[in-house]
Design a protein around this ligand. Sequence first.
Ligand code: ATR
Length: 272
Amino acid sequence: MLDSYAVIGNPIAHSKSPLIHAEFARQTGQTMHYGALFAPQDGFEAVVKDFCQQGGKGMNVTVPFKLAAYQFASDLTARAQSAQAVNTLKFEADKILGDNTDGAGLVRDIEANLGISIAGKRILLMGAGGAARGVILPLLAQQPEMLAIANRTLHKAQALQQQFMASGKISSGTYMDFSGEDFDIIINATSSSLYNELPPLPAGIFSVSSLAYDMMYSAEPTPFLAFAKQQGAAHLADGVGMLVEQAAESFYLWRGIRPETISVIDKLKPNR
Ligand code: ATR
């Protein structure tokens, strides 16, 4: 029987993960199958248990189930613990390991693919939900000069500052609080792009050498990337690279082999 993996989510029909993992398997000569599973909002556990009982080896977990997967796993990696969310499950004989590869994927895309070192940089992280929390520790591990967390709802940004302040220099505020400052790397970790909206960013936060990074992706530039371009940001990137890199990290956890990612990113995004 083929080793079997799947991504679980709701919705799931448009997920690119099956294509990405098929590419990784082909490239590394791994014999495996990777599918997509839909679960009803209240049906995550039932679908995962069923997949596991049928011999499934591991899963990727996407919206809206990352918290459910965090609660479901019997063991957690340190990065899943700090993210309080799981995007990768590995079924082992005596345990269900929960990991979170999102932050590692973001860091790898910025550093290895875009060629921008995070060390010593000033970072603005927009948003204070699950997506933001998942990338804070991996970003701080690269030793930026500082990390500012901006959110519409101030107390959520402050809570993240509290949670991570022992790991690096962090500040928090509303968007307007950062008016007049400029940043080297501005990351949109809000869900605003899903609604085709722009967070209330102050003008002037981009410098001529800034990277504007949207963790979401869409066929057209997101409102955030369009704004960053208009404000003169030098580098623009959407979340396709992060998507492929987090997948590579999951693949490595399951198969012990690190796939090559650039050709897969190019396939998904020929004009990047
Ligand atoms: P996720 O798991 O994707 O992070 P979430 O936990 O619901 O989802 O968090 C969504 C984030 O996007 C929050 O930081 C939210 O800001 P608030 O906490 O103020 O609600 C942010 N967000 C969503 N739409 C936004 C918009 N149009 N402008 C600014 N921030 C937005």
